[in-house]
Design a protein around this ligand. Structure first.
Ligand SMILES: Cc1cc2nc3c(=O)[nH]c(=O)nc-3n(C[C@H](O)[C@H](O)[C@H](O)COP(=O)(O)OP(=O)(O)OC[C@H]3O[C@@H](n4cnc5c(N)ncnc54)[C@H](O)[C@@H]3O)c2cc1C
Length: 412
């Protein structure tokens, strides 16, 4: 008997690799083999912060360690007359690698290490139940798909019932990198945001462009159109949108070169943020635990979902290593609540930022533009969600954060 893990996203793979390292018997169930993961359109544009990269080093994954994959800088601009803008260096660089490449390579590495792997799409609760007979515990890391229904939504932790942003984007050539390579974020009040991180994909260095549209706002002209009907028109309209709303991004684009890196590299979607109950009883003595997006979904605005999935996978691996069973309701409840303490600041921070802009956000960005110490301290918190939440949770805490950041001597 062993642990069954359903799903080969970052949550399932980091968990499986960690358990393998710890000598805990596990089997990974995957709907796709590595080549299938590599093909198809992008599902996301993930930036992994340093804490996630540190976990990769702990797992002995070295493929993306080189500084050629580093995104060390964050550039932020509010695209409005006189809007604040600043840039700051992350204390330790992030990395943005196409997840289709990243996850396929991780699955191959897991198999190379002798990890048990079954190619099987688990259709529904009954499928899980059948799998549950083979394992002492099932971990569902299957993302935002059909299996989430096994875990009831927790309304107290889920303030949104519809997507606060509509998403569209792709991987593009023809965008000149920022002077200091990294992630650029353009905030357009009332309309949404445009992320533009430097990105490493199949064709080499490209720029990921992700439009986050406030429903009903002007960006939905691009996000609510199915790009597959007329990809050329989609690209034209995206460029028009950038020209009209994000001049500092437009200044980096050469219109003659501006095109998807490959025709397949476009995507659209939307995320309804939400938290589900972290476990479900499948049969008398069989339980399933949810981790990653299968448990908690966040809008990508704060670039946290995959980083959180990795952190939770490590936390869960530790709990499974330390506990020899039974994996009953008490175990599931305790582990899930422990993981919630890690996840909660991400959920609260992200939900706050996708809602109507809180007054402290403008105060914070204005202070960051005026004082590099504030910008540095703010950007450093992108990889520390607990500290970020303490900084943004209320106007008072933001004022305290700014005062504290300004008290740091710039020569130390
Ligand atoms: C546009 C966009 C940009 C993003 N940017 C960032 C970012 O910059 N930083 C960040 O941290 N996060 C980001 N995210 C969020 C991030 O992509 C997700 O939080 C993360 O990838 C979730 O990982 P996961 O392993 O939990 O689930 P998934 O990645 O969804 O993986 C689920 C796996 O389960 C498999 N599966 C599904 N159903 C079944 C089944 N029935 N049976 C068997 N297998 C199944 C799937 O094939 C897949 O392998 C972004 C998301 C989007 C949409």
């Amino acid at each position: 008997m062993s642990i069954g893990i359903v799903g080969t996203g970052i949550s399932g793979l980091h968990l499986a690799l960690r358990l393998r390292q710890s000598g805990v018997d596990a089997t990974l169930y995957s709907a796709q083999d590595p080549d299938e993961i590599r093909s198809g359109p992008p599902l996301n544009f993930v930036t992994r912060f340093a804490s996630t990269r540190e976990r990769e080093r702990a797992l002995g994954l070295t493929e993306w360690e080189s500084d050629a994959f580093d995104n060390a800088w964050v550039h932020m601009s509010v695209e409005a007359p006189g809007g604040p803008s600043f840039r700051a260096r992350l204390p330790r660089p992030a990395s943005s690698v196409d997840f289709r490449m990243y996850l396929a390579a991780l699955l191959e590495e897991y198999r190379r290490r002798g990890g048990s792997w079954v190619r099987e799409r688990v259709a529904d609760r009954d499928g899980l139940l059948r799998l549950g007979e083979r394992h002492e515990l099932l971990v569902v890391a299957a993302g935002r798909g059909a299996l989430t229904d096994v875990f009831p939504r927790d309304p107290a932790r889920s303030p949104y019932t519809s997507a606060p942003r509509h998403l569209a984007g792709g991987l593009f050539d023809g965008v000149r990198p920022t002077e200091e390579p990294g992630m650029a974020m353009h905030v357009v009040p009332g309309a949404g945001e445009i992320h533009a991180p430097a990105y490493h994909s199949f064709t080499g260095r490209v720029t990921a462009l992700l439009v986050e549209a406030v429903p009903g706002g002007p960006f939905t002209a691009v996000t609510d159109r199915d790009h597959r009907e007329d990809p050329g028109r989609f690209v034209e309209e995206l460029l028009e949108l950038i020209t009209a709303y994000a001049p500092s991004l437009r200044a980096r684009i050469d219109a003659r070169e501006f095109a998807p890196a490959r025709p397949v590299d476009l995507m659209r979607g939307a995320v309804v943020p939400g938290v589900r109950r972290g476990w479900a009883r499948l049969a008398d003595d069989r339980y399933a635990l949810a981790v990653g997006d299968a448990w908690i979904t966040n809008d990508p605005l704060t670039a946290q979902g995959a980083n959180l999935g990795s952190a939770l996978a490590f936390q869960l691996a530790d709990a499974l290593r330390e506990h020899s069973g039974p994996y009953d309701e008490a175990f599931c409840r305790t582990v899930s609540e422990r993981m919630w303490a890690t996840a909660r600041p991400v959920v609260d921070w992200t939900n706050l930022f996708v809602g109507p802009p809180p007054p402290q956000l403008d105060t914070l960005l204005t202070a960051a533009a005026a004082d590099q110490r504030v910008a540095d301290a703010y950007v450093a918190r992108l990889d520390r969600p607990d500290a970020m939440w303490q900084c943004v949770r209320s106007p008072e805490s933001t004022a305290e954060f700014i005062e504290e950041a300004r008290s740091v001597r710039s020569d130390v």
